[in-house]
Design a protein around this ligand. Structure first.
Ligand code: ADP
Ligand code: MG
Length: 445
């Protein structure tokens, strides 16, 4: 357990050596008291807005440097006035006077740590605008995209930015499934007061992974009410999802249609250059080690479509160099470090791909994956089955035997027959050819 008051006092000692006595006394002399620790921040009380601004701007780097030399913990100092603290307490907290509203925000997800490039430029700019003028520019802001591409980071950056500007804002970050849990609990116990305390009078609501709302029909009704209430009061709502609003399944239309009232942005997979930039940034933030650009490129080339995995790759290399006491990480060492990880990644990738091919084809022909794997000889099953064989052979060049085992343990001669039949049929059937082309495209996505 860290003693936060002590950490601030020691930070002050370091700063005392850095500045003249006069400067030190003027800037830091009346800012000795730590008020509390919350969400990764140590709140220090300051005497005036003048000093507050100075500490947040001119002296920010010196303070952070001093702090970094004392601890490896991800901690920040925040500077607030005594009356800001009091106001926030009376506005929000009834039960627990030493804490602000529990907003669930992770401080590290902020705009400064978000690396911008083509894949997320538009999303980033919109998020910034929303953060600067909440409730006015785009309400709701709807962010969608694949796993690990920065949706949660961007969403929380908005929250952190708004909170930084004014700590009294009542901001709530919640995952859609936690909303369901909160609501069901309240409904079951017949007591809405905890639920209301959490969700009423919000200034900003951030709901992550809205697609999860699918499993809670009653919660959707409740969310609908909450959405309307906030929207009417011009309070900012931000939503993330794994797909565009009109493709959400199992969520009532009157809700999903509202999601496109504001602005929709997407985050795409980053380019190689962006991925390298992200790695550079992470190295700067977290490591004192030198890592050459070819090592970073190697990592970036191997983790293409998920930034969390990209970070995982870097962490593996850093960890490896730590335990083997390696000071300068060469490409060979990085390859060693990542070897097993890349092997399993390759395997799971290919396994999921193949399962995915079957389900894409099955969907297209309105049959099930089980039908494709089954022994039913009706032509409505045979055609999609042979298309799977064809795609697995021509696109992935798998051995016939392997294709046979993916398709429910069929003999390799059956596969050869099926693939050849498709090759012949495509020559004479333009429609079939187009269908297969579009299926291959879908599989790629
Ligand atoms: P998602 O919510 O889309 O699944 P996250 O926001 O959780 O993705 O991002 C996964 C990880 O990648 C997080 O650690 C996040 O900080 C990091 N990350 C994502 N995008 C960026 C970016 N543009 N710059 C820096 N880090 C990023
Ligand atoms: Mg997320």
């Amino acid at each position: 357990m860290i003693n936060y008051q002590n950490l601030w006092s020691r930070t002050l000692e370091i700063l005392g050596k850095k500045y003249s006595e006069d400067t030190f006394n003027e800037v830091f002399g009346e800012s000795k008291k730590v008020l509390k620790f919350l969400n990764g921040s140590i709140y220090v009380q300051v005497p005036s807005t003048y000093i507050q601004t100075k500490l947040q701007t001119v002296y920010k780097f010196a303070i952070n440097d001093a702090l970094k030399s004392l601890t490896n913990e991800q901690i920040k100092f925040k500077f607030i006035l005594e009356d800001e603290e009091k106001e926030a307490e009376t506005k929000i907290i009834k039960k627990d006077p030493v804490r602000y509203f529990e907003n669930n925000l992770n401080e590290l997800y902020n705009f400064e740590s978000f690396v911008v490039g083509e894949s997320n430029m538009f999303g980033y700019r919109m998020a910034m605008k929303v953060a600067e003028q909440p409730g006015e520019i785009a309400n709701p802001l709807y962010i969608f995209g694949g796993v690990g591409l920065g949706k949660t980071h961007l969403m929380q950056a908005i929250g952190n930015y708004i909170l930084d500007k004014d700590i009294k804002n009542k901001i709530l970050y919640v995952q859609a499934n936690d909303f369901i849990v909160d609501y069901s609990k309240a409904a079951q116990m017949g007591n809405m007061s905890a639920f209301e305390e959490k969700y009423n009078d919000l200034d900003v609501l951030l709901v992550d992974d809205i697609q999860m709302l699918e499993i809670g029909k009653k919660s959707q009704q409740e969310f609908f009410k909450l959405f309307n209430d906030l929207y009417d009061k011009k309070k900012q709502i931000v939503i993330t999802s794994d797909c565009p609003a009109d493709q959400l399944k199992g969520i009532m239309d009157r809700l999903t249609s509202r999601f496109s009232w504001g602005m929709t942005v997407d985050v795409k997979t980053p380019t190689l250059e962006q991925r390298v930039n992200i790695l550079k940034r992470k190295v700067q933030e977290s490591s004192k080690k030198e890592i050459s650009i070819d090592v970073l490129e190697f990592i970036a080339k191997n983790f293409v479509d998920n930034i969390r995995e990209l970070e995982g790759g870097l962490n593996r290399v850093l960890f490896y160099s730590d335990i083997y006491n390696i000071d300068s990480i060469t490409l060979d060492k990085a390859k060693d470090a990542l070897e097993s990880l890349l092997k399993t990644k390759k395997q799971t990738n290919s396994n999921t791909n193949f399962a995915n091919i079957l389900s894409v084809v099955a969907d297209f022909y309105n049959v099930t994956v089980d039908d494709i794997i089954s022994n039913q000889r009706n032509s409505i099953y045979v055609l999609p089955r042979q298309i799977c064989m064809y795609i697995l052979k021509t696109k992935y060049d798998l051995p016939y035997k392997k294709i046979g085992s993916i398709l429910g343990g069929r003999d390799h001669s059956t596969i050869i027959f099926g693939v050849n039949k498709m090759i012949e049929d495509i020559k004479n059937d333009n429609e079939l050819k187009l269908a297969i082309e579009s299926l291959i495209k879908k599989v790629d996505n």
